[in-house]
Design a protein around this ligand. Structure first.
Ligand code: PAF
Length: 279
């Protein structure tokens, strides 16, 4: 497995790479969820294609300097995961390699980003779109894999691909869960034992609520189950149109029940498709 730290090294590797090139963009701190994305990329690329994992903690998608500084960067362990899942190459640029100090062009998404996580994090998804577009262009990848846990991110990137006529295929991967249903996240490691034991209620709430037949019951039931915890604090709980991410009351179209829940300082997100309305 090769490692490229600069764009020049990456280009040299890619000039010699066999197609298709499948990218798995990450910010490192890889867990089993990321490992599954790499395995899916390997499957799609076949033995002849090239799987590239990017490990880059993208500074322009953080709205709090403390979060950026505290973000874990376990490079050696991350490289082991990439190797174990048969990635062909890893791109590990530093900030200076990715961004000119006087950079002045970014991607802006003006609609989907105004809902859910984006409502409280102005500029976050512009930072995500900008780095993802750069990674697509730098690698020339035919396809890229993204997890469905970050449903809004997936929707925003699909919108960018549509609106900018990008030729990269977006491959979604279902959320990987712990055995008790908690969605895998690098943040889970920061939960206290009490919070970790309580957090699977998020999944239970979404599953139970998604079985209800009307919007009011869906939101009420999910709110009651999560709100029944003395630890959990709901940041948002919304039923949204799966395409526009705007709040919806229309169960005749694909909808997503999505939430963000704080346990202390740790903010967990999860979502479920409310597909019961579709025969
Ligand atoms: O999901 C992430 O880890 C990041 O938002 C991404 C897509 C790698 C962009 O920095």
């Amino acid at each position: 497995m090769w490692i490229a730290k600069t764009k020049v090294e990456l280009r040299a590797r890619l000039d010699a790479a066999s197609r298709p090139v499948i990218l798995v963009p990450t910010m490192g701190a890889l867990h089993e969820g990321h490992a599954s994305l790499i395995s899916l990329a390997r499957e799609k690329a076949g033995t002849d294609g090239t799987v590239i994992v990017s490990l880059f903690v993208n500074p322009i998608q953080f709205d709090r300097a403390g979060d950026l500084a505290a973000y874990p960067r376990p490079l050696a362990a991350d490289l082991d995961v990439c190797e174990a899942r048969s990635a062909d190459g890893v791109f590990v640029p530093d900030d200076g390699e990715m961004y000119f100090p006087d950079r002045s062009v970014t991607v802006t998404e003006r609609s989907l980003s105004t809902h859910l996580c984006g409502a409280a994090r102005p500029g976050h998804f512009d930072g995500v779109c900008t780095v993802v577009l750069k990674l697509f262009l730098l690698t020339g990848c035919e396809a890229a894999v993204f997890g469905e846990k970050d449903f809004q991110q997936l929707a925003v990137i699909r919108r960018m691909v549509r609106d900018l006529d990008l030729r990269t295929e977006i491959i979604p991967h279902p959320t990987i869960r712990e055995s008790d249903g908690l969605a895998m996240s690098s943040r889970n490691a920061r939960l206290t034992p009490e919070h970790r034991a309580d957090a699977p209620r998020i999944r239970q709430a979404l599953l139970t609520a998604a079985g209800k037949s009307d919007v009011a019951s869906i939101l009420r039931v999910a709110g009651e189950i999560i709100g029944g915890s003395s630890y959990a604090r709901i940041d948002y709980l919304s039923l949204v149109d799966a395409e526009t991410l705007a709040p919806t009351e229309n169960l005749a179209k694909p909808a997503i029940l999505a939430c963000a829940v704080f346990y202390g300082e740790v903010r967990l997100i999860d979502n479920i498709a409310v597909a019961r309305a579709f025969p």
